[in-house]
Write a protein that binds this ligand. Structure first.
Ligand code: NAP
Length: 351
């Protein structure tokens, strides 16, 4: 049982991020003081959405310069905090050197933040943004899981430096976090493990893979069809709330699969048809698996034959009962998540 004093500041690493934005918003609206750790506090464009929220919310935001790869750089931001949210991690799939671009910042960065927690006597709880990527790589992993469903007991054993290195980085980073937590007894650890996050971006120019994916749904890239590739989906507002609840629920513990709907890429895109189908070149049908096997590897680096074989026309299934029961979360409907996300792109002329 860990009780967090709301009069103390709360640290959010990677505060500029798509997911972190909604968490910071909720903390500021609750009147808290947020220590926002960012790589560049002088980048006004990246902070504009956070400053706009802070202007009207009862809470206060203070920026601190920190980098995952700079040892000790989170110490100042963590001063006096009882609660630390570690959301910062590189999230992109187009990488040349996965060890340097993904593994090192994710794993060494987590160790860096947690080492500062070890050095900061006020810290009582750390909430790490992990991912369902630390649980599985491919939909075939769902089928191979006990009862064909991913649960918090499952760990990703199929990602590697050569195959799905982002998933590998999240797996190694979460393992590192649990390892370091077990070596001490002052702070406890809770991990939020979201599946694919979708929903409105507070910063419409965010470079998150979530926003990049939705742009491709709306800009004609998938006009000929979308892959029926199994995935989970969760609203970014619910992910922000999940972090909030994981921080302030005294009994929160362990990993939390944060996934609202078991679906696939085509069905996600089809939810936009009614409202936007007339005006935008949205996908209407599935791209056949055999066609993807031929053209996929040329279109997108991620779409290797192994990836297509293991994910297209294969269902994704995860059990989200733990977070609903223990944190009391209620997830938004898929339709609302997709429409609200797409509307942000339209309003900002990004599709
Ligand atoms: P995002 O918008 O790209 O945010 C990533 C954040 O990490 C940014 O604030 C970025 O800072 C920061 N960062 C990256 N490298 C850094 C470094 N070397 N030092 C300090 N900060 C660094 O992506 P997101 O979707 O919000 O992802 C946030 C977290 O959620 C990540 O841990 C990701 O793995 C996890 N997640 C995301 C999804 C999803 O579908 N979006 C699903 C599951 C889990 P800059 O602004 O300076 O670049």
């Amino acid at each position: 049982m860990t009780q967090i004093d709301k009069s103390k500041p709360v640290l959010v690493t990677g505060a500029t991020g798509y997911v972190a934005g909604w968490l910071v918003k909720q903390l500021l609206e609750d009147g808290l003081t947020v220590h926002a750790a960012v790589r560049n506090p002088d980048n006004a464009k990246k902070l504009a959405h956070l400053n706009a929220i802070a202007e009207t919310a009862p809470g206060t935001i203070k920026y601190f310069k920190a980098d995952l790869l700079q040892e000790g750089s989170y110490a100042a931001a963590m001063q006096d905090c009882e609660l630390v949210y570690h959301t910062a991690s590189p999230f992109f799939t187009d990488v040349k050197n996965p060890q340097k671009e993904l593994i090192e910042p994710a794993v060494n960065g987590t160790a860096n933040v947690l080492e500062s927690a070890n050095q900061t006597p006020s810290v009582k709880r750390v909430v790490v943004t992990s991912s369902c990527a630390a649980i599985y790589s491919d939909c075939t992993d769902c089928q191979n899981a006990p009862n064909g469903v991913l649960t918090e007991d499952v760990w990703n054993t199929t990602a590697s430096l050569d195959y799905q290195p982002y998933s590998y980085s999240k797996t190694l980073a979460e393992k590192k976090a649990w390892e370091m937590q077990k070596q001490q007894s002052r702070w406890d650890l809770v991990t939020i493990n979201p599946c694919f996050v979708m929903g409105p971006a507070l910063n419409p120019h965010s470079n998150s893979e979530s926003t990049n994916f939705l742009k491709q749904v709306g800009d004609g890239t998938m006009k000929a069809g979308a892959p029926k590739m199994g995935t989970g989906i969760v609203d970014v507002r619910d992910v922000g709330n999940a972090h909030y609840l994981a921080g302030f629920t005294p009994s929160a513990n362990g990993r939390y699969i944060t996934a609202a709907h078991n679906t696939n890429i085509l069905d996600m895109a089809l939810t936009l048809q009614d409202k936007y189908g007339k005006d935008y070149p949205l996908p209407k049908k599935a791209v056949p698996k055999w066609l993807l096997m031929i053209v996929g590897p040329f279109v997108n680096k991620l779409f290797t034959r192994q990836f297509i074989r293991n994910n297209v026309n294969v269902a994704w299934k995860a059990d989200n009962s733990k977070i609903k029961k223990e944190l009391g979360i209620q997830f938004k409907p898929l339709q609302q998540t997709m429409e609200d996300a797409f509307q942000v792109l339209i309003d900002n002329k990004l599709v």
